[in-house]
Ligand binder design. Structure first.
Ligand SMILES: [Zn+2]
Length: 402
């Protein structure tokens, strides 16, 4: 067997295998990239996900294969449990669009795929990465819209801007204020497509958009862990502190500290709704449905259920949603001992004055009630969420003038 050479770069990791006509390479040197390439032998690529500062195991990875056109590659992961229920996702246009390869592509701890002729730059990932590039496309699509203001919450430790978006009713005092956040766990990318679906609805020329722009001011943090999103980190169970446990005591991260200061000032007595968007674990019945994570506070839980009733009844999105799939506080992983390390964003939001709805939403990576979670279906579910937010707020009592 032909020996391989291994080259390690400081940013991303590149391994080069010498083989037949083309040189087959695998690397993660692009935004959202994550892989450790151990060796390449012929068409066999041996890799492992890069855990970095994760406490314990997690499953995110994303890498690029070059020189594979017309060849069947087999990717071997050193550790198991890193491929979702619809197999890996693949992009042949530099990460713009993605498709699931399907469970049939899975082989042992890895997968095998015949790369089409002419495709010398193919990306594979656990999911369908959504990074600053995607958000930039969204913002360009709405350039000049008076109901969208893009700003900066703060800078990260690595010097990146954390985007802060204002959408909806920006001119006067709105009836309602809504906080939407995403990527406290940076690898949970499918939630971002749903968030974009909500934002597109707010700005769209339909009844939901018109109502939301008249009555609601939205504050949106698309990437709570911006460094993690761009660096392709796992983010879940990050040491020394998970971003979604950074809402009590002294915050470790600038974004969390800035949000804790800004939101109460901005929200006043009008912050009525706060939703923090996530993806669950890989597989199993409770990880293959969309669900809300119930709060301990009975009033917040009652309103989560009320919102869920509306969402289930009006959901015209592509992903199924059933209220009965919500996870009440005290059940499953949603128990006190799992919150010992610090307060989550939605629990913190639930303590703010005037709040009516505060919850985390879990959107599966690949399978939601038998339907494929894709860029399109997650975006469509976001539009259904926007409609339900409108209905929920419209049915809520107005805030009395002080
Ligand atoms: Zn999460």
């Amino acid at each position: 067997m032909q020996r391989t050479s291994l080259v390690t770069l400081s940013l991303g990791i590149l391994a080069t295998g010498t083989s037949r006509a083309e040189t087959l390479t695998a690397d993660a040197d692009f935004p959202g990239g994550n892989i450790i390439v151990e060796r390449i032998e012929e068409e066999d690529i041996h890799v492992r996900q890069d855990l970095r500062d994760t406490a314990g195991y997690w499953f995110y990875w994303c890498f690029r294969v070059r020189g594979g056109a017309g060849r069947r590659i087999t990717v071997h992961f050193a550790d198991g449990g890193v491929i979702g229920v619809r197999g890996p996702a693949m992009s042949m246009d530099g990460g713009l669009t993605w498709t699931w390869l399907g469970a049939d592509a899975v082989q042992g701890k890895g997968f095998s795929h015949q790369i089409p002729a002419g495709q010398n730059d193919v990306r594979f990932s656990f999911g369908m990465p959504y990074t600053q590039t995607n958000l930039g496309s969204f913002l360009r699509r709405h350039t000049g819209n008076p109901h969208l203001q893009a700003g900066t919450l703060c800078q990260t430790r690595a010097g990146r801007d954390v985007e802060l978006l204002h959408l909806g009713q920006l001119a006067g005092t709105p009836d309602h204020r809504v906080l939407l956040s995403c990527r406290h766990h940076c690898c949970e990318m499918m939630a971002s497509y749903a968030l974009e679906g909500i934002m597109d609805t707010i700005l769209s020329d339909n009844e939901d958009g018109a109502w939301l722009r008249e009555h609601v001011a939205f504050l949106v943090v698309p990437f709570a862990d911006k460094d993690g999103v761009e660096q392709g980190d796992q983010g879940k169970n990050r040491k020394p502190r998970d971003h979604n446990r950074d809402y009590d005591g002294e915050s470790v991260y600038a974004a969390t500290a800035a949000l804790r200061k800004l939101v109460p000032e901005w929200g006043g007595d009008r912050l009525h709704f706060a939703m923090d968007m996530h993806c669950p674990h890989i597989r199993g019945s409770s990880n293959e449905v969309v669900y809300f994570v119930g709060m301990a506070d009975p009033a917040l839980w009652a309103n989560t259920q009320a919102f869920s009733t509306i969402l289930e009844a009006t959901n015209t999105g592509l992903l199924p949603y059933r209220k009965q799939d919500n996870l009440p506080y005290g059940q499953g992983w949603n128990v006190a001992k799992n919150y010992g390390a610090g307060m989550s964003c939605s629990r913190w939001a639930g303590t703010l004055p005037g709040i009516r709805f505060a919850a985390s939403l879990e959107i599966p990576y690949a399978n939601a009630g038998g339907v494929a979670v894709t860029q399109e279906s997650a975006h469509a579910f976001g539009r259904a969420l926007a409609h339900a937010i409108r209905r929920f707020l419209n049915e809520s009592p107005p805030t009395s003038e002080p």
